[in-house]
Write a protein that binds this ligand. Structure first.
Ligand code: SAJ
Length: 446
């Protein structure tokens, strides 16, 4: 196809003008990396304050992202990257990446407001022969049922003739955005094999790992399935932990022994599953097949993982009960508010869910988290005069807390270990009643 040949040439010489719609934790790093290789990149975002910061060479992304601020500063001074809120700046773009949010609502239905707006706004201004690549994670079938028709409607152009469609889902993790973009393999989903090959040529400029060609539906299923797979595996670990707890086994010991069996890899049970993708992507996968397949495992796994904060509450209630203390008269310290160990990211944090449950039960709660603003106060000071403490995140420093000191400050010697970071025997020696996810109490004897 002659248009693709000309695009391939522009990609090879880096003369292709690139636009990135959505300058969040995916769009901004990818825009900077493309600009660093020599492409001229325009970034579009709705938020004027975010655009203003970027146009001063300042990264608006919270949290520690090694190298991102320096890279943005570099490309800003190179003059290869600028941000705007105005879609008319995309008129001469040859390649457009869409990196907008694709959340789900309480009924687990994808909310594509941002994606629709991007497709409509781009459609109105785009020139002929644009390669449009959706990097956002989307439910299987979304390219076919939403992106293609919307762009055709608002541009008056025909996909496959006047513009070309692709999907290349991001595989980034907070705290490792640039490293992941460089080192994680990517699926280049093209509307045709030729388009997939053109996408591979384009991404080769920034991705050092495998670039695998596929069609659109395969690409949409792959991205959502990889996170659904993780969620189901975490749910298995959580259910196994509840079994261990109930029959007096120790999940960590069982896990260690099971994983000696070839091809087994039981993950870690815990106080819940948070983050920006694992709680959401399984529902995107399910939505794509809604009404077309008998889907039971993936929703059930979501239900198990979502219920883990409730399991923690049950453990707390039982522990307080041994001292005839009711929930509503208790003061409880939560250690950890981020969704992930040694991170400041609180998106969909299980601690948020636990806080809600405790508040509903009229429990007085204090929170400590060394990484999260407003919760950085000193541990011992925070938990002073609490009736119990709950470890909700495996932050490194929680595995080193002084258990004697904890015991002295608590009204009742109760520690609920939602991430198994405390040694039960040491807790016991310090005079604490130790409760842990997957820790059958009979393990304390002997
Ligand atoms: N979690 C468990 N048990 C486990 C692993 C995780 O309870 O064995 C919990 C964590 O505490 C956290 C949540 O699940 O609350 C998610 O943890 P995660 O390790 O999956 O980290 P995420 O959310 O940053 O997931 C990302 C994903 N990467 C991308 O989407 C590109 C995921 O696909 C990766 O597998 C994961 O990082 C990773 O492996 O680090």
């Amino acid at each position: 196809m002659k248009q693709l040949q000309s695009l391939n040439k522009k990609i090879k010489t880096k003369k292709a003008k690139v636009a990135v719609i959505g300058l969040g934790y995916v769009g901004l790093p990818v825009a900077c990396m493309l600009a660093e290789t020599g492409f001229k990149v325009v970034g579009v975002d709705l938020k004027q304050d975010r655009v203003d910061l970027i146009n001063q060479g300042i990264s608006p992304i919270e949290g520690k992202e090694p190298g991102l601020s320096d890279l943005l500063n570099l490309v800003f001074h190179l003059g290869n990257f600028r941000a705007t809120t105005d879609y008319s700046d995309l008129t001469d773009a040859d390649i457009v990446l869409i990196d907008v949010e694709t959340p789900i609502d309480d009924e687990h239905i994808p909310q594509y407001v941002a994606l629709r707006s991007a497709c409509q706004s781009l459609g109105k201004v785009m020139k002929d022969d644009v390669l449009l690549i959706v990097e956002s994670t989307i439910a299987p079938g979304t390219m076919e049922t939403l992106v293609r028709p919307l762009v055709e409607e608002f541009s008056g152009k025909k996909s496959g003739e006047d513009f070309f469609l692709g999907a290349c889902p991001e595989r980034v993790m907070p705290g490792k955005l640039l490293a992941n973009l460089r080192n994680m393999s990517r699926v280049c989903g093209g509307d045709t094999p030729e388009i997939a090959e053109t996408m591979k040529k384009f991404y080769r400029h920034i991705v050092q790992s495998d670039l695998d060609a596929a069609d659109l539906i395969t690409t949409e299923v792959t991205k959502t399935a990889e996170n659904a797979f993780r969620d189901v595996n975490i749910a298995f670990a959580n259910e196994l932990a509840l079994i261990c707890q109930s029959v007096g086994a120790d999940f960590l010991k069982v896990r260690e022994l099971v994983n000696k069996s070839p091809g087994r890899n039981v993950l870690f049970a815990g106080a819940g599953v948070g983050g920006h993708c694992i709680p959401k992507d399984p529902w995107l996968l399910v939505y794509g097949a809604k009404g077309k397949a008998d889907i039971r495992l993936i929703p059930a796994a979501r239900g198990i993982n979502e219920s883990m904060p409730q399991q923690i509450l049950i453990m707390l209630k039982g522990a307080l009960n041994t001292y005839n203390k009711s929930l509503k008269d208790a003061k409880v310290g939560i250690l950890g508010y981020a969704y992930l160990a040694d991170s400041d990211d609180t998106r969909n944090s299980p601690s948020e869910k636990l806080l809600e449950l405790l508040t509903d039960a009229q429990v007085d709660v204090v929170v400590q988290d060394p990484y999260v603003e407003n919760f950085k106060q000193e541990i011992l000071e925070t938990i002073n005069a609490c009736d119990a403490i709950i470890v909700m995140v495996a932050h490194e420093e929680y595995s080193k807390i002084d258990l004697q000191q904890i015991k002295q400050r608590l009204n009742f010697p109760i520690i609920i270990d939602g991430r198994r970071v405390i040694d039960p025997k040491l807790a016991n020696q310090a005079g604490l009643d130790y409760y842990g996810i997957g820790f059958g109490l009979s393990n304390l004897e002997g």
